[in-house]
Design a protein around this ligand. Structure first.
Ligand SMILES: NC(=O)C1=CN([C@@H]2O[C@H](COP(=O)(O)OP(=O)(O)OC[C@H]3O[C@@H](n4cnc5c(N)ncnc54)[C@H](OP(=O)(O)O)[C@@H]3O)[C@@H](O)[C@H]2O)[C@@H](O)CC1
Ligand SMILES: Nc1ncnc2c1ncn2[C@@H]1O[C@H](COP(=O)(O)OP(=O)(O)O)[C@@H](O)[C@H]1O
Ligand SMILES: [Mg+2]
Length: 282
């Protein structure tokens, strides 16, 4: 097991080239946010946009359009009950499930259309629906972001056994293609390419609804811009909790939207650094 440190940010975050444009930094489609859980899709989008994704679209319930636009005019919207396959085809990254609720038809429609070169992130309700319905996963690059109960449901690893790496690896073999697993808890671990990486940052000041929705959005924003995939996921997972820990020095709770708002400033400190550079101060 490896402990994640800010070396991963030095490795992953790159200074932007002058000769670039929004398309250079990736297109992300978020599918989520039912009428009751619109905030989840908004927090996905805030995470992805603030992390630097070039173009972010949200397929959601139309009742969320105005709130999303008011919070984040940078994001585009579409009605998730309509056919959005043309929009899907243009994306590098698709994130589905945060606040989606039990909408199996939408999940099936999206999974059937995912292409091999696309990155698919499965969160929240998508994981719960997959655990209850026999649906084939698409042949693409997969990332799953369950909390402990979601991993118990979909991975069939009881929460009490999730501290055992061998139990989690055994469960992962049952998924084809094998996903990168971001197993969220108070000791979040990332399972990828035969290695387990554990967070050394973060704490209970993060225990607020929407914290995982925000992480899923940040992962989407990072994998849209940075390569290789595994390092981008590790960096996103690290920065989400590192910002929270920094904020917790002055705040009792660290709200998901506050973490997203800090992303561009925190990332800026790392753009010109390389691994092994002097530690960051302040
Ligand atoms: N503002 C919004 O729009 C928001 C929308 N949201 C969306 O709602 C949907 C449902 O997601 P969900 O996570 O709230 O519910 P569910 O999947 O039933 O899991 C909860 C059950 O698991 C248990 N549990 C055990 N260990 C756990 C752990 N480490 N972390 C967390 N839970 C743990 C837990 O135990 P308990 O709390 O009872 O002790 C409880 O029994 C999903 O799409 C999500 O994106 C939310 O993001 C909130 C903000
Ligand atoms: N006590 C804690 N210590 C560290 N991190 C925590 C703690 N409680 C929650 N978190 C983090 O908050 C996030 C919660 O994710 P999740 O339950 O999916 O939230 P939501 O679905 O409400 O957005 C995860 O990243 C988890 O690691
Ligand atoms: Mg969640």
């Amino acid at each position: 097991m490896e402990i994640l440190t800010d070396e991963i940010l030095k490795k992953v975050i790159q200074k932007r080239a002058s000769a670039s444009h929004k398309g250079t930094y990736g297109r992300v489609l978020i599918v989520g946010g039912s009428a009751n859980f619109g905030g989840a899709a908004i927090m996905n989008a805030l995470g992805a946009v603030q992390a630097g994704a070039g173009l972010v679209s949200v397929a959601t319930d139309p009742s969320n359009f105005a709130a999303l636009h008011a919070q984040l005019p940078e994001a585009m919207v579409t009605d998730y009950q309509q056919d959005f396959s043309d929009l899907m085809a243009k994306q590098e990254v698709i994130l589905i499930g945060s606040g989606l609720g039990n909408q199996l038809d939408i999940l099936k429609r999206v999974l059937e259309r995912v292409q091999k070169n696309q990155i698919l992130i499965l969160d929240g309700s998508a994981l719960t629906m997959l655990s209850q319905n026999p649906i084939k996963l698409p042949d693409c690059q997969l990332i799953m972001t369950p909390h402990q109960m979601e991993w118990q449901r979909i991975g069939e690893v009881p929460i009490a056994d999730q501290s055992r790496e061998d139990a989690n690896w055994e469960a992962l073999v049952n998924f084809q293609p094998e996903p990168i697993l971001v197993l969220k808890s108070n000791h979040t671990q990332v399972y990828a390419e035969n290695c387990v990486h554990q967070l050394s940052v973060g704490g209970p000041y993060q225990a607020t609804g929407g914290m995982g929705d925000t992480l899923a959005g940040i992962i989407a924003g990072f994998v849209a811009q940075f390569k290789p995939l595994k390092d981008a996921v590790l960096a996103a997972t690290y920065i989400h909790s590192a910002i929270a820990e920094e904020l917790s020095k002055k705040a009792f709770v660290t709200l998901p939207t506050t973490i997203s708002a800090q992303l561009p400033y925190y990332m800026k400190k790392y753009e010109a650094l390389q691994p092994e550079d002097m530690p960051i101060k302040g």
